[in-house]
Design a protein around this ligand. Structure first.
Ligand code: MET
Ligand code: ZN
Length: 768
């Protein structure tokens, strides 16, 4: 029988119930009991919803719930708890302290959170496991077993989802001070997994899902032996329990060799990310394995309705070779990365809404595909007819296709990817115009977004503010921000970004081709959710987006004003994007729109323009061999957006992560006149990279970390600047914080920026 299956359901709840529960627990409004009950109700609701949709018993996920992060859950589960948390109460206090830190001065408790990292190429963040060289593993919690039993009591047979041992180790790091490869801990880890499996089997579980997404990476050959050892061990620990091994986010590639010999009952493949892999996987499995295939045909990373006919064809093909009993229909990955359901989207244009499927709608797609293959297409005739109609409507909609945009893209010429002159000539022209001192000071763009600023935007949205009132309010904010910057002594000013809710959403709202959901929340980390805008059609810029505010700001000061834009790759990366054209094409459309804005800013007399690209690096494909084409078009998109100006207009860019080595040549290829970057966490390594690659343009490595309210002293920042100067040419060095200041308060901002400007001034005197 072809089985309808799911790999994971969004835990946050249709109305972000989980967010509210944990935040109320954190701020003391809810006690532990209420938190646990609330969570239990939410899980029950989600299991019932999946069962009612028709996901098969035994293939509804459990243990996909988490109060903070599923990787963190596994650290608690196996007792991988750094010593600094040892004295806290177990489990909840320890758990949340690991996730978000804990300060209880009255008890002398002050522990920072563990490191967080982006989960593969998603915008979800996981807690990075830290292992000691003498790490011990013991089963410290019964979460997966409890949740399994909880569902069973409701009459629902679930498939517990466990992060596989190889992925758990591979995604982790040796604790500070130790240097060993965590994978060497495998032998010690496996018994803890085995006792978990034994208990799950005893509780009545029939299937267990081991997520091994690291199979989408380039893995060393030695991993073949690790996989063999791990899964032979686990299969023999609980012989009756069937194992589904799940890879997602990319192709398995040659890692398939590691998998075919394993004693597993099913393998999940991501056919959305790697559709080209179906034939080879099918052939290999039919020749040399006994297990079933779970076909990830429904996109777990995007919000479009699936083409059911195309999916059915794929599933039929596999069923024809392996037989119906060896086929599961599934989402490409856990549905964690798509919003809950479309039910709340009552305000969205109905034509566009009809093209979408969020998690709940995706469950129905999975079930329909499985049924069509099992019982024939006639059994779901109505569903298929409606689906064909939606797909057809979307393909031909004139909301999507804008001939002017397509023509503009076709007319792009090679010289639209480069500035008129090389950097040295430009920098000299810019200096003539800007007359900046040595070590010029600037900020990354945003200034504190106070409650009043957020309230003003809400009032405008709700109609409680007229356009005039709002305009006056923002101008007042800009006025005082400029006065503030002049007083602390900055050289290149910004307007402060008070009119922006978010650096991508703001531009999305100004551009055509974007639509916004009301309730399309996706978990980003812990209780934090984001609502990515949706790019549904050709992108164009009906009107200037930022010129009005930047121009106003420039009239308020004699100092140069820096215009602030978000770059095309970041707009793409932080949105749900079209699946009907390559990402590159969408990015180039965004780039053209931003190019128009850049040119308009220049015309309006703005001498410096910053185009932020903090997301270039996270867009890197998971496989090395896919990097070059991505980096090539990402750099080109930036160039297309930034090169329409005269030599004397200074282009800045900004990136806020410190791991630059992977993409260094790309950073140089962007050919921005100045780049401001994060530098607070790994200074010397980063700077030596800039030195050894011989970076030629202006550069401002963040002098202090804006992610903390702490005010760094002059001495501290002076030391940092001195360190930088060991690696960088002093004529090219800028002085700035490491990211925007919007999450900070005014008081600490004032103190920190004053200290920063003093450091620059003192340096000028010395080096004059
Ligand atoms: C995540 S990068 C943020 C850049 C933006 N210009 C800001 O200052 O907030
Ligand atoms: Zn930043």
């Amino acid at each position: 029988m072809v089985t309808a299956s799911n790999l994971g359901f969004p835990r946050i709840g249709g109305n972000r119930e989980l967010k509210k529960l944990v935040e109320n627990y954190w701020n003391g409004k809810l006690d532990e009991k209420a938190l646990l009950t609330g969570a239990k109700n939410l899980r029950a609701e989600h299991w019932k919803l999946q069962a009612e949709a028709g996901i098969a018993q035994g293939h509804i996920p459990s243990n996909d719930f988490s109060f903070y992060d599923q990787v963190l859950d596994h650290l608690l589960l196996f007792g991988v708890i750094p010593a600094r948390y040892a004295n806290l109460q177990f489990p909840l206090e320890t758990y949340f302290a690991m996730g978000r830190g804990l300060q209880k001065p009255e008890q002398g408790i002050d522990v920072p959170a563990m490191e967080m990292k982006k989960w593969f190429d998603t915008n979800y963040h996981f807690i990075v496991p830290k292992f000691e060289a003498n790490q011990e593993f013991t089963l410290r919690s019964t979460k997966p077993i409890d949740e399994y039993k909880e569902a069973k009591a409701l009459g629902i047979q679930t498939r517990p989802v466990i992060l596989g041992p190889i992925s758990l180790l591979h995604l982790g790091k040796a604790a500070k001070g130790a240097s060993f490869d965590p994978i060497t801990l495998l032998d010690k880890l496996l018994p803890a997994y085995a006792s978990l499996l034994t208990q799950l089997a005893e509780a009545g579980a029939e299937w267990v899902q081991f997520d091994e997404p690291v199979l989408s990476f380039d893995l060393p050959l030695a991993y073949k032996a690790y996989y063999a050892k791990a899964y032979q061990y686990l299969a023999s620990a609980a012989p009756g329990l069937k194992i589904l091994l799940a890879n997602y986010f990319g192709r398995i590639g040659s890692n398939l060799d590691f998998i075919t010999p394993l004693p597993i009952a099913a393998l999940h493949v991501d056919l959305v990310r790697a559709p080209e892999e179906l034939d080879i996987v099918l052939q290999t499995v039919s020749n040399s394995a006994q297990f079933a295939l779970s076909l990830g045909v429904i996109n777990g990373r995007n919000i479009w309705k699936a083409d059911l006919d195309a999916a059915i064809a794929k599933v039929n093909k596999v069923a024809g070779v392996l037989g119906n009993d060896r086929v599961f229909v599934a989402p490409s990955c856990s549905l964690l990365h798509t919003p809950h359901s479309l039910t709340a989207e009552v305000k969205m244009k109905s034509e566009i809404r009809d093209w979408l499927a969020f998690s709940v709608e995706k469950l129905h797609e999975i079930v329909a595909i499985a049924k069509a293959v099992r019982e024939g297409e006639a059994s779901v005739a109505d569903t298929l007819a409606a689906n064909r109609q939606s797909i057809q409507n979307r393909r031909t909609s004139n909301l999507i296709h804008n001939p002017a945009v397509k023509a503009a893209l076709a007319a792009v010429t090679e010289d639209m990817f480069r500035r008129k002159s090389p950097f040295p000539k430009r920098y000299a022209d810019q200096q003539t115009k800007l007359q900046l001192p040595a070590f010029p000071t600037t900020t990354v763009g945003s200034f504190p977004q106070t409650k009043e600023v957020r309230v003003a935007r809400q009032k405008l949205k709700k109609g409680e503010y007229t356009a005039e009132e709002y305009d006056a309010f923002i101008k007042k904010e800009i006025d005082s921000c400029i006065k503030f910057q002049e007083e602390v002594g900055l050289d290149v000013l910004v307007h402060g970004e008070f009119e922006r809710n978010d650096m991508v959403e703001y531009f999305g709202e100004c551009l055509q081709g974007y639509v916004f959901s009301q309730n399309g929340w996706v978990q980003s980390y812990g209780s934090r959710c984001v609502k990515p805008p949706i790019i549904y059609g050709d992108v164009s810029r009906p009107n200037p987006m930022t010129v009005y505010w930047s121009q106003y700001a420039q009239t308020k000061t004699k100092l140069p004003m820096k215009g602030m834009l978000t770059g095309p790759v970041t707009c793409l990366q932080w949105s749900f994007v079209r699946d009907d054209q390559p990402r590159k094409d969408t990015t180039f459309q965004l780039a053209l729109a931003i190019r128009q804005e850049v040119v308009d800013l220049e015309k309006a007399g703005i001498p410096v323009i910053q185009i932020d690209e903090p997301a270039i690096r996270e867009g890197l494909p998971l496989r090395h061999s896919d990097w070059a084409p991505y980096l090539d078009w990402a750099a080109k998109a930036f160039l297309l957006s930034s090169t329409g100006v005269e030599d004397s207009t200074q282009i800045h860019t900004h990136m806020c992560y410190s791991d630059f080595n992977d993409i260094f040549p790309t950073i140089q290829a962007l050919d921005a006149d100045v780049i401001t970057i994060e530098n607070s966490k790994s200074d010397l390594k980063l700077l030596s990279a800039f030195e050894s690659y011989g970076y030629t343009n202006g550069i401002g490595p963040g002098l202090y970390d804006i992610h903390s309210p702490r005010v760094p002293s002059e001495g501290e920042m002076k030391e940092r600047l001195d360190q930088m100067l060991q690696y960088l040419k002093k004529e090219l060095v800028w002085v700035n914080p490491d990211c925007g200041l919007k999450t900070r308060g005014w008081k600490e901002t004032e103190e920190a920026l004053k200290n920063m400007c003093e450091v620059a001034k003192a340096k000028r005197v010395k080096s004059a």
